[in-house]
Design a protein around this ligand. Sequence first.
Ligand SMILES: Cc1cc2nc3c(=O)[nH]c(=O)nc-3n(C[C@H](O)[C@H](O)[C@H](O)COP(=O)(O)OP(=O)(O)OC[C@H]3O[C@@H](n4cnc5c(N)ncnc54)[C@H](O)[C@@H]3O)c2cc1C
Length: 565
Amino acid sequence: MPVSVLTCMATDSDRKPILLTVDDDPGVSRAVARDLRRQYGEDYRVVRTESGPQALATLRELKLRGDLVAVMLADHRMPEMSGLEFLEEAMDLFPHARRALLTAYADTDAAIQAINIVDLDHYLLKPWDPPEEKLYPVVDSLIEMWQESDEQPATHTQVVGHRWSARSFEVRDFLARNSVPYHWHTSEEPEGQRLLAAAGVDVTSIPLVVTPDSNYLIDPSVGELAAKVGLSTTPSTDFYDVVIVGGGPAGLGAAVYAASEGLRTVLVERQATGGQAGQSSRIENYLGFPDGVTGSQLTDRARRQAHKFGAEVLTTRDVVGLDVRPSSRAVRFADGGQVVAHAVLLATGIAYRRLDVPGADALTGRGLFYGSAVTEASACAGDDIFIVGGANSAGQAAVFLSRHARQVTVLVRADNLEKSMSHYLIRQIDEIPNVEVRLTTEVVALHGDDHLETITICDSTTGKQETAPASYVFVFIGAAPRTEWLEGVIQRDARGFVLTGPDLRLERQRPRGWKLDRDPHFLEASTPGVFAAGDVRANSVKRVASAVGEGAMAIQLIHGYLEHQ
Ligand SMILES: Cc1cc2nc3c(=O)[nH]c(=O)nc-3n(C[C@H](O)[C@H](O)[C@H](O)COP(=O)(O)OP(=O)(O)OC[C@H]3O[C@@H](n4cnc5c(N)ncnc54)[C@H](O)[C@@H]3O)c2cc1C
C-alpha cells in the first residue's frame, strides 16, 4: 500500500495536524500540495495522495497513529473512487475533519448536490489561481471550523474492548499495573469503532491495542503486549550474581539493594511489578508516606529506582523450575529459556484463592475480579457491588470503591473484623454511609449470562440464603503461595510457604541434604544459595514494610554467601 507519504515524514512535524489532498492528476496534486505547504506548512503537515483508496489507507494509518486531520481536499473526478465516495468513507474515520471538493466548472452542480450528501463544507473550482484569492480564504475558514472542534491527538496507547470481556480487562489491568498510560474505548463508542475500522477488523477482534507508533495488536498475549510497549522480557546476558523471582515489594526492594551494591541483578516477574501492593488503592502504613501512597505510585518509584541502579527487570516471564547446580542456580521459564546466577531470591509472595462456587469460573473478568479494584473502579459508577474478604486488602477496596459505587457490601466469613483488619480501616469503613459489612456471610453462587448479574449469599448462623443484583464482585480471600514448582527442591511448610533459617532446624538438625558446615542463614532456604523474602516465606509478617525489609536483608545475606562460596 503506497503510504510512504507518512513513514518518511520528519519526526518533528509528526504531531502537526494534517491537511490531506487527493487528486489523481499528478500535476494538479503537486500544485495543490505546494500551495498549501507555502501558506500552512509551519503549523500543518500537508499529506498528498493520488487516489481515493490510497488516501483512505493513509487516513487509516493516521488514525492508528493518533494524528489529527484538519482538512481534506478531494478531487471530484477520479477513476477508482470519486471524491464524494472518498469523503463519505473518510468521514467515518475523521468526522471532525472539514471537507472540500475540487471540481472543474462543468461539475459545479454535482458539487452543490454533494453539500447535502457528504456534509461538504466547500467546493473549489480548478484552477484556483491566484491562491491568495481563491484557495486560502476557503482553507482558512475550513481550518477555523475544525479548530472549534478542539480535537486532541492521541499520544498514548489506545485499547478498544468490551466492558465484559475478560481479555479486555486483562490487557487494561496489565497496562495499568505496568504504568503504561492508555486510553480506553469500548467497541460501542464511535472512536472505538473508528479504530477498529482503521485496523481493518471488527468487534470480534477485541481487545485491539493501538500503540502510538501506529502499530496494532489484536487480542495480544501479555508477552506480546509487554514487548510492544517497551517492557523487557528477555535477559541481556546469561549469568548474574543474583536472580530475584517475583517483582512485589520484597523483590523490588532486593533489586534496589542488590544493584546499588554492585551485584549483577535480574528480577523476573510473571505479570507486572508491584505484586499485591501494586493493586492497593492506598497504603497508609508504609513508613515515609504520612498521607498514604497508592500501590501504583510506590511500584513506579521502586521500579525506577531499581533501573537507576542497573537492575534488569523482566516482565511476563513465569518461573516454573529451579535447578541446583554445583556452583550455580538456574531458574527456568514457562515459555522456555532460563537464567543462571550464583544465588536465587524467591520473592513470589502469595496469590488470592479462587472462589469455588457455581458461576465463578465463567464470570471471572466479566464482573468477578480477584483484587484489581483500581482498574475497574470507574466502571462501577452508580452500581451495587460486593467485596469478599475481611483483611486489609478488602477494607481498602471498600473505602476506595465507595467513592464510585452506589452501595458497597463487604461479605466476611468470620463473626468480627477485628482479628483480620487494621483498626484504622475498620474506623474508616464505619464512617462511610454506603458501605455495609455483613459478618458470618459467604458467597454461594454467582449468576449471569454475558456478565455477572446476581449473587447468592448465605448467612452461616441462620442458614438463610438470599439473591441480590450485583454487577461487580471483588474477591480478596485466602491468599496462598504458589510454590508447587519448588516441590522436591526446596522445603516448604504444609501450606506451601518456603521454610528458611531457624524454621529449617527441626530438633536442632540441619535440613536434609544440607552439606555445608554452617547452619542456613536467617532467610536462606533448605538449599544453600537460595533465599526467600516477603509473603512467600513461612512465618513472615504479611506487610509491605516487612517484605521490603526482608528483600534488603536477603541481599546482605547473599553477599555473605557469595564471599564464602
Ligand atoms: C489490595 C491489597 C492491599 C494491601 N494493602 C496493604 C497495606 O496497606 N499495608 C501493608 O503493609 N500491606 C498491604 N498489603 C499486603 C502487602 O501488599 C503484601 O504483604 C506485600 O505485597 C508482599 O510483598 P511480596 O513481594 O512478598 O509479595 P507480592 O506482593 O505477592 O509479590 C510477589 C510477586 O511475585 C510474582 N510471582 C509469583 N510467582 C512467580 C513466578 N513463578 N515467576 C515470576 N513471578 C512470580 C507475582 O506476580 C508478584 O508480582 C495489601 C495487599 C493487597 C492485595
